[in-house]
Design a protein around this ligand. Sequence first.
Ligand code: FMN
Length: 203
Amino acid sequence: MDVFEAIKTTRAMRRLDTSKPVSDADIWTIVEAATKAPSGGNSQPVRWLVVRDEEKRRKLGDIYRECWAPVAEMYRGRTPASDVTTNRVLNSADYLGEHMGEAPVIIVPCAKGGDPGSVYPAVQNLFLAARALGLGTTLTTVHKRKEQEVRDVLGIPEEVNTFALIPVGYPTGQWKEAQRRPVEDVTYWDTWRSVAPRPADGG
Ligand SMILES: Cc1cc2nc3c(=O)[nH]c(=O)nc-3n(C[C@H](O)[C@H](O)[C@H](O)COP(=O)(O)O)c2cc1C
């Protein structure tokens, strides 16, 4: 798959086909892609905990559900019914809130130290590689509210941080372009807030 196509169509895929297994070969491929990302001083601090065990996934799912509930309530409290876009995201996130534990695989990027700067570029590589293989992913972080419980399930030492719970599986929905603001709106040239139109020929 063309890299730009993968970038455009990689988005939060929260509804996963729980009956379609994900191969170990594909997991190795996407984690290897993650390991190719840059890190501060090439320190390569991230360890990838691949959770396949059904009981452990169920426990992570229970923790995730408890973490998502108050966050959902907070967002709902400040989202009017007329805000269709945000409500759609919330409904999708509610679904994951209930079903995280059923994802065929949950990947947990871990590292000592709290700086996510060496973690998230690698996570994005993992997402893009997964997309190229037709696998859906979502970056989730609400488990941080009960991070020690996640550590306990997976035997992670206290000095190691968990940066995300990433459900991986074949999506039930369609791949389509992620909705993002136009590049012209978020790009300034030479001076703060100085926007410019993009020439039709690409510039
Ligand atoms: C730092 C970060 C944390 C996120 N945490 C969660 C989360 O805990 N739960 C969740 O369902 N989605 C989470 N998301 C996913 C975003 O909601 C999602 O990327 C955004 O709504 C855009 O959705 P789209 O890619 O489908 O367009 C997170 C995304 C980022 C970048």
